[in-house]
Design a protein around this ligand. Structure first.
Ligand SMILES: [Zn+2]
Length: 271
């Protein structure tokens, strides 16, 4: 993933990191990347493994990435346990995130250092998160958003050696009830304070203009999950209404994800 982030830095754009939960989602995302000749990141969050088991998803995601005719990184999003990070690296994920954002600062530093070392040994990239992004990756419990402190971010990156840092600037997971007010002033300060690429979680529902502003301020990876899951579910409902068979349903769901991914790729490429 580090190579993709460097590529994005050189072009002053961002790489889309698209969450997937089954084969149709993988196929839709890869088709969008290939058609636009744009690298992407395929990712899955640890919390999602309850419905999409790692032992099935990992080999499929890696096979899709290997076969794609554009560079594709395979990333563990929001790893909650070191054990899951270890398993993902064992399957050949090229990037992992350990989300220690709800731990104490010192605990977050310690566990992130451990993950950075594990990832380094596997030749993979590490993402961490500081501050608290709203929502909770599919949980009903909401977290109060706490913006990333730029000085703490600088200390954290220095001490842990992470390759990418997810920031909290008013963004949230899931669908926003109202358009969020992103703290671009905070983002600018974080970008000045740290020397690693920044990651924006909770991309669903953010306007194209806000994406462009964030990219202009150093965001190099943007996570899109809910928009793809919602597009998939809407396509499935439409098919069900028409009494479609499984084959038509499968094709329509892959197509819906493809359209969502391509829409975001076009914004993130900053062309
Ligand atoms: Zn996230």
């Amino acid at each position: 993933m580090k190579e993709l982030l460097d590529w994005a830095e050189s072009l002053q754009c961002a790489v889309g990191a698209f969450s997937v939960g089954n084969m149709e989602m993988v196929m839709g995302a890869i088709r969008a990347a290939e058609e636009t000749n744009t690298p992407i990141i395929l990712q899955i969050a640890e919390k999602r493994l309850a419905s999409s088991p790692l032992h099935l998803m990992a080999p499929m995601m890696i096979a899709a990435a290997r076969r794609a005719n554009v560079p594709v990184a395979v990333h563990l999003d929001h790893g909650l346990t070191v054990d899951c990070v270890r398993k993902a690296l064992g399957y050949g994920f090229t990037s992992v995130m350990l989300d220690g954002s709800l731990l104490s600062y010192e605990e977050n530093v310690a566990v992130t250092k451990q993950v950075v070392q594990m990832a380094f040994e596997a030749g993979a990239t590490t993402e961490a998160e500081l501050g608290v992004v709203g929502g909770n990756e599919g949980d009903t419990a909401e977290h109060v958003i706490t913006c990333t402190d730029p000085e703490v971010a600088a200390d954290f990156c220095r001490r842990t050696g992470v390759d990418a840092l997810a920031v909290a600037i008013g963004n949230a997971h899931g669908n926003y009830p109202v358009l969020p007010e992103l703290r671009f002033d905070v983002l600018e300060e974080i970008d000045r304070a740290v020397n690693v690429p920044l990651v924006l979680h909770g991309g669903t529902g953010i306007t194209d203009e806000m994406f462009r502003t964030a990219i202009g301020l150093g965001v190099r990876k943007i996570n899109i999950a809910t928009a793809s899951f919602d597009a998939y579910a809407a396509a499935a409902k439409e098919c069900a209404g028409k009494g479609a068979d499984w084959f038509a349903l499968s094709a329509a769901c892959a197509e819906a994800v493809y359209r969502n991914v391509i829409r975001h790729i076009n914004v993130f490429s900053m062309k």
